[in-house]
Design a protein around this ligand. Sequence first.
Ligand SMILES: [Zn+2]
Ligand SMILES: [Zn+2]
Length: 553
Amino acid sequence: MLKSCLQCGNQFEITNEDKDFYQMMDVPEPTRCYFCRMIRRISYRNEHHLYHRKCDFSGKNIISAFSPDKTFPVYDIDVWWSDKWDPLSFGREFDFGKPFFDQFFELRGQVPRLALQQQKPMVNSDYCHCASRNRNCYLVFSSNRCEDCYHGTWINESKNCVDNLNLLKCELCYECVGCRECYNSMFCLDSVNCRDSFFLRNCMGCSNCFGCSNLHQKSYMLFNEQKPKDEFEEFIAEFNTKSFAAVRSMLEKMGAKLSGITVKENHAVNAHGCFGDYLRNCKNAYYCFECDDAEDIRYCMCIETANNCADYSYWGRNAERIYECQACGNDVFNLRFCNICWDGCRDLTYCDHCFSSENCFGCIGLKKNKYCILNKQYSKDEYSELAARIIEHMKKHNEFGEFFPMNKSNFAYNESLAIEHMPLSREQAGKLGLSWKDDIDEKPKVEKIIPAELLPDSIDDIPDDILNWAIECEATKRPFRIVKQELEFYRRMKLPIPHFHPDERHRRRMALRNPRRLWKRPCMKCGKEMETTYAPDRQEIVYCERCYLAEVY
Ligand SMILES: [Zn+2]
Ligand SMILES: [Zn+2]
């Protein structure tokens, strides 16, 4: 059945499988298309912006994803998890004379929020958010079990990596995107088990290769040509990785070569009956992106180990029956319309920042609670009866079945992840009633600032004093700093220091990852119709899986 999206007006389909899922979850059909639903959810996620502020309980200086101007209280992680405050003290009666969301947001304005989403143990990693079990990491987001990593998103179990996106089990990698089990490699894309290499794309099991694509188990390949070892080494020495100008011109050269590269229609690995992209070990994933080890999932993104879920973005790890949720995970079951609910949560509806709780509705900031509505305690029977009545009440106000509205997000649109997937200007956001934050950067506490283009070209000529300077981004003019450990990494790896603000570096890496959208286009070899994340205007030669395998292997 085709429906018209209430947000963007585009037609979207509700399949029979969708209907079965909505029935199982006891929710009405969605009124918005997949993309608008996804944007609405991730407008509740601030992944990259951290601020200095005070803990509203202790007055202590802390780092938080919530800027100091937020009107609700924010508590330091240790205080938040302690018994020093009681979320039920904010509890209130449900008022059938008012819409649910009005009452929910009134409550949300008063309940303390957790400064950062971190799961312990975290060692010396204060500037990490949406993260767990990291050691000596700095500005690392949506990343777990990493050590000595700086500036990275969605990196797991990696060591000594700087400026990367989507890594698993990598070491000494720099500016890599979508790589697994790589070692000492720079500027590599979608490559697995490669080492001592530069500028690779779709390579597997390679070592000492430079500027290559679609290679398997090769060494000493230069721009896809076999070279004698000494000739290859001579090239590397001459290339001079220490020079920003040399690296930049090579990046430009590699960009210009894109039109000659053959790629597979998607990036799936061991995916059966799936439709989407970047799926690994998945079965029956429909319109899903960036998911691992999942089964029977629909319209999901960035989740792992999940089954029977739909419209679910971020996290997972043993999640079942989750619908329209954001940042929920770790043994969660039957959650509907929830934001940031973890650790054994079950049977929650419209909850935010609740942990290890069961059978709650419209609650915020609960820890190990049961049978609560708007943070007020009920008996089991009272709870069931009242929750059912509230759902009927919400249906009358067209509220039930919708995730929290975008204009009620805790974050400004440009602070949230939504802007990465649907870029809007300040004016466009304003027209949609979305807030905007102008002072997204804190002023660096330094007296000296240097435009990036005036930095010495080679890392050899960068003095230690650079740590006392702010660098002005070449592209955005936003000031940024580098920390001592980063400088040590660049020196050790013989790499120049970056000229761009970390957000700009992240944006450029994101551009190397295909968008979470599908386009119909024919295979450029056999003409078979495909649905792919490669937009029709992309420069690469896009083949269906069969033609790609025949060509490359
Ligand atoms: Zn839409
Ligand atoms: Zn084909």
